[in-house]
Design a protein around this ligand. Structure first.
Ligand code: UP5
Ligand code: MG
Length: 198
């Protein structure tokens, strides 16, 4: 019998839009496995002796995007190692630019099906304030400061918005207002999952 390809839903949105928060909530209600590209890069950055540590560190502080070979191989490894029998993944924070999109298409088209892309819409002001507050509460993230946040948002507008448009033109995009309280955002996303039968 044919082996079923893993199914992927990408989750995009500005820095602090609530991608991680929403994914964590959705996995509790569904069989999806959450993979955060940013979390995987931060883990790799902190791994003693990682050949990519310094490169990743530089990109994260500057709010720029790590070359796709690194990010895609981390995602691929996690997908392959996942014990989940359902093989359905919510991939948060990827693809963020044209390089990411081309790298994914090149390496993963045979290995996974992209079913949809969720876009969490949130103003720059609200996004920035959330990340600043998280930094003040001791997130330990090197990019939760005003200077990095300006750059993260510039990168989002310049590099990631075209990717969001790309998926919108292909009818794969689903938008959610993530300025609402977390439980409301999660409920609206979950309703869509039920409606579409994801
Ligand atoms: N919060 C969340 N939802 C809320 C709500 N509805 N109402 C009120 N508060 C809400 O949330 C952020 C904060 O807001 C939290 O304190 C939360 O409690 C609160 P979170 O769920 O963490 O939002 P998220 O969108 O995940 O924000 P994050 O900061 O993780 O977004 P980024 O996209 O900036 O970060 P990411 O980790 O994806 O990437 C970091 C960097 O890694 C990038 O800048 C880049 O340098 C690098 N990167 C790559 O190079 N390639 C990749 O593929 C991925 C990352
Ligand atoms: Mg996140």
């Amino acid at each position: 019998s044919a082996i079923q390809k893993p199914e992927v839903i990408f989750v995009l949105g500005g820095p602090g839009a609530g991608k991680g928060t929403s994914c964590k909530d959705i996995v509790k209600k569904t069989g999806y496995v959450h993979l955060s590209a940013g979390d995987l890069l931060r883990e790799e950055q902190n791994k003693p002796g990682s050949e990519f540590g310094e490169l990743i560190k530089g990109h994260i502080v500057a709010g720029t995007i790590v070359p796709v070979e690194i990010t895609c191989s981390l995602l691929d490894r996690e997908m392959q190692n996942s014990p989940s029998p359902h093989k359905r993944f919510l991939i948060d924070g990827f693809p963020r630019n044209q390089d990411n999109l081309e790298g994914w298409t090149r390496n993963m088209t045979d290995k996974a099906i992209v079913k949809a892309v969720l876009y969490l819409e949130c103003s720059q002001e609200v996004c920035t304030q959330r990340c600043i507050n998280r930094g003040l509460k001791g997130s330990g993230r090197s990019d939760d400061n005003a200077e990095s946040l300006v750059k993260r948002h510039q990168t989002f507008i310049k590099d990631t918005m075209p990717i969001i448009k790309y998926y919108e033109e292909r009818g794969l995009l689903f938008k959610f207002n993530s300025m609402k309280p977390p439980n409301v955002v999660m409920e609206e996303i979950y309703e869509k999952f039920k409606e579409i039968g994801w």
